[in-house]
Design a binder for this molecule. Structure first.
Ligand code: HEC
Ligand code: HEC
Length: 339
C-alpha cells in the first residue's frame, strides 16, 4: 500500500515539476520503505498567534511565584528539557516525573508520559494550575494578562477580544509549540539522499537499530511518540518512581508501566532518560532497552554504534529572537514566591 501510494505521489510530482530527476524519484521510493521519515519544516498559519504563544511560553508571570515559565522546565536552549531527573516546581518542590522535550511534541499521538492530554492545547493549561509546577490558577493567570495593556492589545488583534481567556492562552501556546520542530538532522539528510553524510559506524548503528527491533516501537518522523508500549517487555524495570503509566488513565491493570514511547529526536540533548530520569547516559539507555524490551545483550561495540546513530537524530534547533515581554502595570497582581 505504502509503496503504491508513493509511486502515485511521485507521478504527481513529475506532473507538477517536469524537472524532477530520476535519481530523486528513486531515492524517495527508497526512503518510503524506511521506518523513519524526515521531519518536515513547520508551516505556521497564523504568525501573530505563534508570536503571542512564544511570549506566553517565556512569561514567568503565568506562575504564582512570578519566576517559573514553561521555558524553566522546557529550556529551548537545552533541547526543550531541564536536564534534571525530575523537574523542580513551585517553592523548590521536586516533581514526580522527568520532563519530556517540547521539541517535536506536536507529532505525539497524545501528550504526557501516560498520554492523559489528547493534544498540545489540552496539555498547555495543565502546568499553570498544577500546584507542584507553576502553582497558579487559570483565573489569576488571566487576571495578570488582562492587567497588561500590551497583552490586551495582542489578544484583541488576534482573537478579536480584549479580554484574554484560558482558551486563547492555550491556543496560542499550542500554535507556538507546533513550530518547535527540528528538521534537517544528519539522518534526515541521509534519508533524503545525501548518502555520504553518515559515517560507516553511524550506518551500522542504524542497521542494528532496525534489525534488533528498536523500530517496532521507535518509528515514524519522531522516532517514537506514535504508540503506547510497556516498559519491561522481557525483563522488568526497577524504579523508585510511583508512576503507573497508562493504568492511571484507563484504570486497567494491564496498562501498568505502559508509557508513550518517547521520541528519539534530539536524544543527545534530552538526558537524563526514562520517565523517572534515572538513566544518566545514552549508553545506559540503549543497554537497558536491549535487555528489557528485546532480550538482547549488546556488546560494547554494538552499543556504541547505536549511540552514534542516535546522535545523528539531532536536528536544527528552533531559532528565534527572544521575546521581550511587556511590563506589568500597577494593577497586575504581584508575584507570591514563598507560599
Ligand atoms: C515545573 C516544571 C514544568 C513547567 C513549569 C512546565 N512543564 Fe511541561 N512538563 C513537565 C513535566 C514533568 C512533564 C511530564 C508530566 C507527565 O508526563 O506526567 C511535562 C510535560 C509537558 C508536555 C508533554 C510532552 C510529551 O511528550 O508528552 C508538554 C507539551 C509540555 N509539558 C508543555 C509545557 C508548557 C506549554 C508549559 C507552560 C504553560 C509547561 N510545560 C510548563 C514539567 C514542566
Ligand atoms: C516494546 C517497545 C520498545 C522497544 C522495542 C524499544 N523501546 Fe526504547 N522506549 C520504549 C519506551 C516505552 C520508553 C520509555 C521508557 C520509560 O517510560 O521509562 C523507551 C525509552 C527509550 C529511550 C529513552 C528516551 C527518553 O527520552 O527517556 C531510548 C534512548 C530508547 N528507548 C532507545 C531504544 C533503543 C536503542 C531500542 C532498541 C535497542 C529501543 N529503545 C527499543 C519502548 C521501546
Amino acid at each position: 500500500m505504502m509503496f503504491v501510494g508513493n509511486i502515485n505521489r511521485n507521478i504527481l510530482y513529475i506532473g507538477n515539476a517536469a524537472l524532477l530527476s530520476f535519481g530523486l524519484l528513486f531515492s524517495s521510493i527508497l526512503f518510503a520503505e524506511e521506518p523513519i521519515q524526515p521531519i518536515k519544516e513547520p508551516t505556521p498559519e497564523n504568525l501573530e498567534m505563534v508570536e503571542l504563544g512564544k511570549m506566553l511560553f517565556f512569561d514567568p508571570r503565568l506562575s504564582k511565584s512570578g519566576w517559573i515559565s514553561c521555558n524553566s522546565c522546557h529550556n529551548l536552549s537545552m533541547g526543550g528539557t531541564d536536564n534534571i531527573r525530575t523537574s523542580i516546581g513551585h517553592k523548590w518542590q521536586q516533581g514526580p516525573i522527568n520532563a519530556p522535550t517540547v521539541l517535536n511534541s506536536s507529532m505525539n499521538l497524545a501528550q504526557f508520559w501516560d498520554g492523559r492530554a489528547k493534544d498540545l492545547k489540552a496539555q498547555a493549561g495543565g502546568p499553570i494550575a498544577n500546584p507542584g509546577e507553576m502553582a497558579f490558577t487559570h483565573k489569576l493567570a488571566i487576571d495578570v494578562l488582562n492587567s497588561i495593556p500590551q497583552y490586551r492589545n495582542l489578544f484583541k488583534k488576534i482573537f478579536g477580544s480584549n479580554q484574554a481567556s484560558i482558551d486563547m492562552v492555550t491556543d496560542a501556546i499550542a500554535a507556538f509549540e507546533e513550530t518547535l520542530v527540528t528538521p534537517n538532522s544528519r539522518f534526515d539528510k541521509w534519508l533524503k539522499g545525501d548518502k555520504k553524510i553518515m559515517s560507516q559506524t553511524e550506518l551500522a548503528g542504524y542497521k542494528l537499530f532496525k534489525e534488533s527491533g528498536c523500530v517496532s516501537c521507535h518509528y515514524g518522523s519522531a522516532v517514537g511518540g506514535a504508540s503506547f508500549q510497556k516498559l519491561g517487555v522481557v525483563a522488568s524495570y526497577k524504579t523508585e518512581s510511583k508512576a503507573e503509566g497508562r493504568k492511571g488513565v484507563t484504570g486497567r491493570e494491564t496498562d501498568r508501566f505502559v508509557f508513550k514511547v518517547p521520541t528519539l529526536r534530539n536524544i543527545e540533548l534530552t538526558y537524563p532518560y526514562f520517565h523517572d530520569g534515572a538513566v544518566a547516559t545514552l549508553e545506559e539507555a540503549v543497554d537497558k532497552m536491549g535487555r528489557l524490551q528485546l532480550g538482547i545483550d549488546f556488546s560494547t561495540e554494538e552499543n556504541s554504534k547505536i549511540v552514534a546513530f542516535l546522535k545523528t537524530l539531532t536536528g536544527e534547533q528552533p531559532s528565534f529572537k527572544l521575546p521581550i515581554l511587556p511590563p506589568s502595570s500597577n494593577k497586575t497582581p504581584r508575584p507570591v514566591p514563598f507560599n
